[in-house]
Design a protein around this ligand. Sequence first.
Ligand code: AMP
Length: 284
Amino acid sequence: MKVVDSIASLRALIGEWKRQGSSVGFVPTMGNLHDGHLKLVKRAKAHNDKVIISIFVNPMQFGANEDLDAYPRTIEDDKAKLIGEGADAVFLPSVQDMYPAGLDVQTFVEVPGISDVLCGASRPGHFRGVATVVNKLFNMVQPDDAFFGEKDFQQLQVIRTMVRDLSMAVTVHGVPTEREASGLAMSSRNGYLSTEEKAKASLIYQAMQKMKLAIEQGDTNFADIENSAISELEKEGFKNDYIKVVNAQTFMPAAADDKQLVIVVALFMGTTRLIDNLQITREV
Ligand code: AMP
């Protein structure tokens, strides 16, 4: 596996691949890789001739009081996992490479509407940071295909919208969420949880499944469904950010005749913010 740590060497490698006629699959990550990330790599391997993963903890998508400094950085372990998956290259840009003029004067990309609700409302500027870094990475890597997890469902929708609106020549693939046996969605932030907190965190998946069942059985009183999940999880010690049933395309509150819905959840367990979601397809 090639380890590429500058934009110039990345361009040389990608140029070589393209001259060979190889298709390029790309998996952007912030590292601390787990089986969820590796599932994206496996998908890319199955789809493309060459697969490259980026590892970059992007300061632009973190708020002032968030966990940028504490975010786990485990680069040697990550490289070993990527070699194990047969990845062709890993790209490790520096903050200086990505934002040479500094964040305050950085040109940005913003996807209107869906960037302002749910995680966008709780984390102002977050999706601007995500869209901007992914745009920059796409410009650098020039991938044919890019792979993102449905775990970050709103992020996936932001990326799809950006690619469509800016006519980018990349196909975006969404990959289903990888879960622990307990149902807990795998996340680098699960490492912040104590054993006891981690056991509790599996209740999120159970609560979402209960909500999904109620909706599949014809209950369209979404506010009641949301509120009972919130009170059950608050009783278990979670602090609610949001639990909502929304239209899977617009992220607006669900309507009784929406066919594609998604239950979206963001909760705090202690100081750790956990997100998850569950999609629902209805015959209405
Ligand atoms: P991150 O390193 O958290 O920025 O995630 C990098 C990519 O991996 C994003 O596209 C995430 O949606 C995806 N991802 C993170 N956790 C999971 C998971 N449990 N299952 C599937 N994909 C995931």
